[in-house]
Ligand binder design. Structure first.
Ligand SMILES: Cc1cc2nc3c(=O)[nH]c(=O)nc-3n(C[C@H](O)[C@H](O)[C@H](O)COP(=O)(O)OP(=O)(O)OC[C@H]3O[C@@H](n4cnc5c(N)ncnc54)[C@H](O)[C@@H]3O)c2cc1C
Length: 329
């Protein structure tokens, strides 16, 4: 991993973070783990204009007692503190993946997720080995389907929700209807695109549209089967998407999220890297730090154990550029 990661890192990480935070992109990214990889990723993502929430298992007090780092770029640590005070980066302490939050929900409620959980990865995630794509399956758990083609491999649900994270969401919703789903609701955290594409496609396919609603919780019955999703209503305030405190629930038997896989314009595929990343108990990533699940990225010790702080920081920065580029494409 080290050689290939370094090769892939070079072009992206050489792009310095903007000197001042870029205008808000409207994208929300979850970063899991406030170690060097997670904080480097959060910092770079926020500088590129994204909203970031960091979910960290340790309490604030425990973190202060054992500070880990941190960012090596000049002024980055102070900038991170400013981004935190301005709300561009939020840190949720005592929030452990697998206990207080689950990956499926983070995946649905954010535009992307970065995993920087260090050596704990193998224990808290099932992202290693051949099970990876099953992590978020369409059965008892909510479905997170990655591209429209994947729909063919799944049973068609009677009622479905598609979370709109990309333009492909409306195509996915229309496809579900064509495959025989009785009732499909396409939900957007924000308003609809001005070009009318989403509205026209949805209307032509009898897909219900619901804008300004952010997924909060997947509702399940006592057997764990999906019953629906609870949403918080959103609105724009000063150009930023904010929650309003109003809630709504939509019934469904499966929940989908369309996530496209962007081209690797700053990263060459490296077969050796893929081979190495299959070994051992680590998260498998491509050289740009995408996991097998589109929309989920990982870096640092959970990808390349024992490579040290400098590598974790570089992974965080590279993943931020990959996420940003994937979300913009
Ligand atoms: C004793 C020791 C000494 C070291 N000395 C050096 C050194 O001198 N130089 C050097 O370069 N490297 C050193 N290292 C290695 C270095 O600390 C790691 O390579 C680096 O910290 C990896 O960064 P990371 O962000 O990937 O993971 P980590 O630093 O492990 O950070 C992971 C974060 O994720 C959090 N987390 C874990 N699980 C969850 C979960 N389920 N939900 C939410 N949050 C979670 C953790 O609490 C932690 O804050 C040392 C390591 C150890 C153990």
């Amino acid at each position: 991993m080290m050689e290939s990661a370094e090769t892939a890192l070079a072009p992206a990480v050489q792009k310095l973070a903007p000197r001042t935070p870029a205008a808000f992109t409207g994208k929300k990214i979850a970063v899991v783990g406030a170690g060097p990889a997670g904080m480097a990723c959060a910092h770079r993502l926020a500088m590129l204009g994204n909203g970031v929430t960091v979910y960290e298992a340790r309490s604030h007090e425990r973190m202060q007692a054992a500070p880990l780092l941190m960012l090596e770029e000049e002024g980055a640590q102070q900038e991170l503190e400013r981004l935190t005070s301005s709300g561009r980066v939020r840190i949720e302490h005592g929030c452990k993946l697998g206990e207080q939050v689950d990956l499926a929900m983070l995946h649905l409620s954010h535009d992307a997720v970065f995993l920087g959980v260090g050596l704990a990865a193998g224990r808290v995630l099932s992202l290693t080995g051949d099970d990876a794509p099953g992590l978020l399956d369409a059965g008892r758990h909510l479905a997170a389907v990655h591209c429209t083609e994947d729909l063919l491999a799944l049973p068609v649900p009677h009622r479905a929700i598609v979370i709109g994270a990309a333009r492909g969401a409306v195509d996915m919703a229309a496809r579900l209807k064509r495959l025989g789903a009785h009732d499909v609701t396409l939900v957007y955290r924000h308003g609809l695109e001005a070009d009318g594409y989403e509205e026209q496609t949805a209307r032509a396919s009898y897909v219900r549209l619901r804008a300004w609603a952010s997924p909060l919780e997947v509702l399940r019955d006592e057997r764990g089967s999906v019953q629906g999703v609870r949403f918080e209503q959103t609105r724009l305030r000063d150009g930023r998407l904010v929650d309003t405190g109003g809630f709504t629930e939509i019934a469904a038997h499966a929940v989908f999220k369309a996530v496209g896989r962007a081209g690797d314009e700053h990263c060459q595929r490296d077969d050796a890297a893929s081979r190495i990343s299959h070994e051992g108990d680590r998260v498998r990533v491509d050289p740009c730090l995408r996991t097998a699940l589109p929309g989920i990225y990982a870096g640092g010790d959970c990808v390349a154990p024992g490579q040290g702080i400098a590598m974790a920081l570089r992974h965080g920065a590279l993943a931020a550029h990959t996420i940003h580029a994937d979300l913009q494409s």
